[in-house]
Write a protein that binds this ligand. Structure first.
Ligand code: SF4
Ligand code: SF4
Ligand code: SF4
Length: 428
């Protein structure tokens, strides 16, 4: 390992062990190497040349959900996620990343046309090859046990959200919706709900079209070149569109533009000012709806119906790192009234962790099943959230634990409330 930043970043660690008490992965692994302190020590050893086995260091750094719980609890403000991501990138330069990841991040996710083609191929394949699993969140398909861990995936739609827009619709506006790949291609109903509810503010709303992926999957996999290419293209296009606000229904996309971008575009980079411009204007969906006047248009929610049945799952970065949990809760209270109730284990990580879910599905699903089971025991029947990865994971886990549990994005609940829906869950 040779990235000089890593020496500075790891140097702040006092090896106090606080991170172990909060680590999402520690209860599963019960080993020091799973937690931030162990990873920091390993990186320090690799930097000093003591541990020359790059593959085992890469394995240890890959075994992390990047949930950030350790970082938020750390008394020394050690930037654990930055250390893990920079370490992965350093090692990817040294020993490479799997070819399929290079193609996915460099060719497919960087190109809207290739992403669309991949979605259509996947939609056809799931209909042909997988078993149908009806759940209260909609139709899903299940892989056979032994293939992809028997995971459940949502039915892919015939058309994504952005392709459903008319040619001249939402081309320019005061506020811009950055819908993200998942809420465009996998759950277009969420993209539509975010768009329609933003329009209820009375402001004109543009939808960011032909967007490259935000770059997060490439970045967390150590492919900084592909991540930077996505980020640079997005920054230039967002800057020239000059929106007053850029609204993100996905907390993962938002953290990319609010925080991670500065790891790729430091002060010395010519695009730094563009990155600051975009970060300053980037807001989470709930904050926009609360401040743009949409809540004033919400009818009074029904009282005494399904009290406490709708919970909120805190996405790690949206609630934890960016502190937007209160905004989501306030919005839910305004939209569904006392049907919203604090969910048991709301701030526990769902276990998705982006590429972690693909890498170690059994562990990811154990963490997720525990989460959904706790929510169900606490009386939650609808899990709402505001991050694309969380929606994917919680739907899969609900299909495993209790298919009667519905998983929705908060925008769907707001849209339902605006349309006078009384049932507290989106109309079908
Ligand atoms: S909590 Fe922070 S300072 Fe303490 S061991 Fe963990 S990373 Fe190091
Ligand atoms: S980011 Fe999460 S999983 Fe990774 S070491 Fe920190 S607490 Fe553990
Ligand atoms: S965080 Fe996920 S959903 Fe959002 S743009 Fe990046 S890849 Fe797409």
């Amino acid at each position: 390992m040779k990235d000089p930043d890593l020496k500075v970043l790891t140097g702040l660690c006092a090896k106090c062990g606080t991170c172990r008490t909060v680590c999402t992965l520690y209860p599963e692994r019960k080993t020091e190497i799973a937690v931030a302190r162990g990873k920091v020590a390993l990186v320090e050893a690799a930097l000093s040349g003591e541990d020359a086995d790059a593959a085992s260091v890469q394995e240890a750094l890959t075994d992390c959900l990047l949930c950030g719980r350790c970082e938020r609890a750390c008394p020394n403000q050690v930037l654990v996620e930055e250390i893990v991501m920079k370490g992965r990138a350093d090692l990817a330069e040294e020993i490479g990343i799997p070819a399929w990841k290079s193609v996915l991040f460099g060719k497919v996710m960087a190109s809207p046309a290739a992403t669309e083609a991949a979605r259509m191929a996947a939609a056809a394949a799931e209909r042909l090859l997988l078993a149908k699993v009806p759940t209260r969140s909609g139709l899903h398909y299940r892989f056979p046990e032994g293939i992809a861990g028997g995971r459940t995936v949502p039915e892919l739609p015939a058309k994504g959200f952005i392709r459903s827009l008319r040619k001249r619709e939402a081309v320019s506006g005061e506020a811009m919706l950055f819908v993200g790949c998942v809420f465009d291609h996998v759950f277009p109903r969420v993209g539509r709900a975010a768009y329609e509810t933003m329009k209820a503010s009375g402001r004109t709303v543009a939808v960011f079209r032909d967007a490259a992926c935000c770059g997060l999957p490439a970045m967390v996999s150590g492919d900084r070149r592909s991540a930077a290419a996505c980020v640079e293209e997005n920054l230039l296009r967002l800057r020239s569109a000059d929106p007053g606000e850029i609204v993100f229904p996905c907390g993962s996309c938002l953290i990319m533009f609010k925080r991670n971008v500065f790891s790729l575009i430091p002060r010395s980079n010519p695009l730094y000012e563009d990155a600051v411009f975009v970060a300053d204007r980037s807001v989470d969906y709930a904050s926009f709806i609360l401040t743009a006047g949409v809540v004033d248009r919400l009818p009074d929610p029904p009282e005494g119906e399904r009290v406490g049945e709708i919970g909120y799952h805190d996405p790690c970065h949206l609630s934890g790192t960016l502190g937007k949990g209160p905004q989501a809760r306030e919005l839910l209270s305004r939209a569904v009234g006392d049907a919203f109730g604090e969910m048991a284990g709301a701030d526990r990580c769902c276990g998705y962790g982006g590429t972690f879910n693909a890498r170690d599905y059994p562990t990811s699903s154990r963490i997720g099943e525990n989460k959904v089971s706790a929510a169900v025991r606490g009386g939650t029947k609808v899990v709402s959230t505001a991050c694309s990865g969380c929606v994917l994971q919680m739907r899969d886990m609900a299909a495993r634990v209790d298919p009667s549990v519905r998983v929705v994005h908060i925008a769907e609940l707001v849209q339902n409330a605006l349309s006078g829906g009384r049932e507290g869950t989106p109309r079908r």
